[in-house]
Design a protein around this ligand. Sequence first.
Ligand SMILES: NC(=O)c1ccc[n+]([C@@H]2O[C@H](COP(=O)([O-])OP(=O)(O)OC[C@H]3O[C@@H](n4cnc5c(N)ncnc54)[C@H](O)[C@@H]3O)[C@@H](O)[C@H]2O)c1
Ligand SMILES: [Zn+2]
Length: 369
Amino acid sequence: MTQFKGRTQICYGENAINSLETLTGRKAFIVTDPFMVKMGFVDRVISGLERANIASSVFDKVESDPSLETVQKGTVKLLADGADLVIALGGGSAMDAAKAMMYFAYKADTSRGKPQLVVIPTTSGTGSEVTAVTVVTDTQRQMKIPLIDDLLVPDMAVLDARFTRSVPPSVTATTGMDVLTHALEAFVSTPANAFTDLYAVHAIEYVFRYLLRCYRNGDDMEARQNMLLASCMAGMAFNNSGLGVAHSVAHTLGGLFHVPHGKANAVILPYVIRFNSFDVRDRYRTIAEKLGLPSETVEQGNESLITAVRWLNTQMGIPNRIRDLGIKEDAFQDSLELMSQHAMDDMCTKTNPRRPSQRDIRQLLRKAY
Ligand SMILES: NC(=O)c1ccc[n+]([C@@H]2O[C@H](COP(=O)([O-])OP(=O)(O)OC[C@H]3O[C@@H](n4cnc5c(N)ncnc54)[C@H](O)[C@@H]3O)[C@@H](O)[C@H]2O)c1
Ligand SMILES: [Zn+2]
């Protein structure tokens, strides 16, 4: 049996933020980062909630790659506040932190019922607004821990591009490459199906059409809106199909060397396409064809796709080698064993089209370095 799940109410387009006024609840717990407060974004959310007669409190301590400690602090506050609505406002970090807080608060006291979860992404990247995934960082073990549970799927996602307008070019670039990695990994993953393909292909086409426009002109709102849709569609795809080895490696590079998630994906993706191409080269060629890239033969299609991904990276100032991420060679060599072990253990490896050995991962990492 094959299935496709999607249960988040998606509100998008002009004035999408007004959908907050349709919410019901007593008290909202807003999870965000300090930048969102400074930008006045939190005030806009509070105003929307006030119009729906919903009181609110704010937890604005989320850092990039949220730690278990932050999630724990937020969970304690959420339980003390007794909110029945959790609102995430921010990039993947704020969304994931909010999802984890909601989850642990509910598990700690199920008698209060599961709080409604509403997410407002301010980056076009993770797709966390529709996924059953949250990624928290264990700072002591220097590991990113993904948690998957259908309870984590948000009830409502508000895609209002005005919240992404202030994203600086470097973050636009790396989060956009995260979208591309989600969609490409979903398209070739072992559980890919007709529905995940639809979302994945659409997301890939949008990234190639709109990401550079967003990068070059952050005020191009048509491009911003369509990247937000691409991010969400890629999320719909991988929430059903899983991801692949690019993400497994990105998780370990993030946990050990604090490389931003999208940047790690962007660097490693071309190497993973090459590694997988033996097994799914027809699939990659299909993508190359859809993008109008040279693809007369299967080999040419695969090469064109790799070249196109590298070209996108280069246009946006993203390096194409791990060594250019500021990771010293001795530190990299010392961590090779641990990184390849973490990548093997990562759940994303299970759905990669080619089953790697630990040796394969080490080789892939060495080549990428
Ligand atoms: N849950 C999932 O399905 C999923 C999928 C992929 C990645 N992730 C996780 O998401 C996290 C990464 O999320 P991200 O890439 O969105 O980055 P992020 O949330 O860490 O944000 C990156 C930076 O951009 C800033 N920022 C965010 N919105 C902004 C705006 N509108 N204007 C200006 N600056 C803004 C943030 O303050 C932060 O400094 C990682 O922890 C990653 O592991 C989760
Ligand atoms: Zn990702």
